[in-house]
Design a protein around this ligand. Sequence first.
Ligand SMILES: [Zn+2]
Length: 120
Amino acid sequence: MKIKKAVHRKIHQLILDKMNKRKEERRKRIKLHKEWRLKALERDGHKCVICGDKKRVNVHHLVSKSVVSLRCDVKNALCLCSLHHIFDRKISAHKGSLMFIVWLKKHRPKQFNYLKGRLS
Ligand SMILES: [Zn+2]
């Protein structure tokens, strides 16, 4: 009976340690994401780089944030209003991506080359 309690306590402690480790990793990810976002906003003047809108600014990942090694690279960030980030079918990073890439090549050649280098 005593052994069972000791094993139970040990398992419980291992679970708590794992949960605490996950919480700490999550805190670090959130902190890094906030720093990445702030650096991008400061670099781009807290406005959409396409239209200058300052009200609904999103920070876009040029290379998907699923690529963990580039997730917090400020070169991988671009400030866009929600229209130019997601919704505009003519030119937006997600729906009007061909025109967006053309725009990026013309107006942000360093970031275009960064994107091109990561995708090829
Ligand atoms: Zn915009």
